[in-house]
Design a protein around this ligand. Structure first.
Ligand code: SF4
Length: 418
């Protein structure tokens, strides 16, 4: 085990089966109309829709598949030709491009012919404006209702009037959703879904927390894969069953000192989106440098600790207003500073994703402020979530190697001094 740079996670098989189940159920519903389907932005009102019997499909998850299968670049130009700029979200452009070309990675992965047809589209601007424009495109294509929540951004605190306005918007959605669902809303069902989703969040948080151990039993690159059920099946008991298994495996690894990166020497924070088409090569590069990315903003974004079934609308509004992406830089810097301390971080990797300004936090001086405050170096990786034309492999490898060397040198210097 010591000679291998990477140790397979046994629970991966179960995770793959769960993701398959998710897509097969959606495909069946789309073909047979046995259930209604809601499309939803990743931190949109999914639990509300589920309580009314909708299966939920997440276009961002589909777009991440386009990124990780490196087919996104085939489709982005198609969306560009339809007037969607190459400068806007490459999740959006690759997903719309694939739709216009009648193609989907679900065919190769699961034998599914086409993406599931929506009965309603839901979004929340808590992350960016693109999710609304994305939903409205499909609303026009499928001629189905588009229901949105507008959440203000860059708050220095999640204020009660903002939360109450979002809760009111959620309540306002109910009659519209009832019409599409063809059934009545039941607050107890909503409470139950929210309780299940909260448990998923707690389990996922516990999994991520195992990364604070030395060595870390998992890396950011593992987490990007294993977060799938927390993204698309939160609110379902199967997701919680899965995370219990994954958590037990990670705890077992910790007990036996099994490292995600054999011989772990350096520990990094990843700030920003993943480069989906480069997960493997980045993971191998860093593992070769005995460096493990042990914590990230991105994978922590599916922790919704505010969910409270006793007060479902208000608490769901608060949870979805409190996500990292919606806060101001002071809040974000305090958040990262806490994680840097808790996870004993040696350096921060900022991913400047060309087409996602909302998730590229390096652009307004944060890098320098954090390095000075925390006394650790940072590196900006220029790239993108899906559009690999914005990413240079050669430059990234050189920069990461130099970054690790710089950390190594400063560690040597510290030893000499003491
Ligand atoms: S947050 Fe960024 S990646 Fe996500 S949908 Fe918005 S623009 Fe796209």
């Amino acid at each position: 085990m010591e000679n291998k740079t990477y140790v397979e996670i046994n629970a991966a098989k179960q995770m793959k089966a769960l993701m398959k189940q998710h897509f097969m159920e959606l495909d069946e519903a789309s073909r047979t109309k046995n259930k209604k389907i809601a499309w939803c932005s990743s931190v949109g009102p999914a639990e509300l829709a589920m309580s009314l019997g909708f299966l939920v499909y997440y276009p961002e998850n589909h777009a991440a598949m386009l990124g990780s299968t490196r087919t996104a670049m085939d489709y982005i130009p198609t969306a560009n030709a339809h007037g969607y700029s190459p400068e806007i979200c490459s999740y959006l452009t690759s997903d719309i491009g694939a739709y216009l070309r009648h193609e989907t990675p679900l065919t190769k992965a699961y034998g599914i012919k086409e993406i599931p047809r929506p009965d309603v589209l839901l979004y929340n601007t808590n992350q960016c404006r693109d999710v609304g424009d994305w939903a409205r495109f499909y609303g026009r294509e499928f001629n189905v209702p588009v229901l949105g929540i507008n959440t203000p951004h860059t708050q220095n605190d999640v204020r009660e009037p903002v939360v109450s306005s979002v809760a009111a918007q959620l309540r306002e959605m109910v009659p519209e959703l009832e019409k599409v669902a063809g059934r009545h809303f039941d607050i107890d069902e909503f409470r139950e879904v929210l309780a299940t989703s909260r448990e998923c969040s707690d389990l996922w948080e516990a999994v991520l927390n195992t990364g604070a151990n030395h060595p870390s039993p998992l890396s950011f690159f593992d987490e990007c894969i294993h977060m799938g059920p927390a993204v698309v099946m939160r609110g379902r008991k199967e997701a919680n069953d899965y995370y219990r298994v994954l958590l037990a495996e990670m705890q077992e690894r910790v007990a036996h000192g099994v490292a995600a990166v054999a011989g772990e020497k350096y520990r990094f924070y990843w700030e920003g989106m993943p480069v989906w088409g480069k997960l493997r090569s980045l993971s191998e590069l860093l593992a070769g440098l005995k460096s493990c990315v042990v914590v990230s903003t991105y994978c922590n974004s599916w922790i919704f600790s505010k969910f409270d079934p006793a007060d479902p609308f208000q608490s769901m509004a608060e949870a979805y207003c409190s996500i990292f992406i919606g806060q101001d830089d002071n809040w974000k810097e305090n958040y990262i500073a806490d994680k840097v301390k808790h996870y004993a971080i040696d350096g921060i990797l900022f991913h400047d994703a060309r087409t996602c300004a909302s998730n590229s936090n390096n652009r307004y001086g944060m890098t320098k402020r954090l390095s000075e405050r925390l006394g650790i170096p940072h590196l900006v990786i220029n790239g993108d979530l899906n559009d690999l034309r914005c990413y240079s492999e050669e430059q990234t490898v050189t920069n990461i190697e130099a970054f690790v060397e710089q950390i190594e040198e400063s560690h040597r210097e510290n030893i000499r001094r003491h």
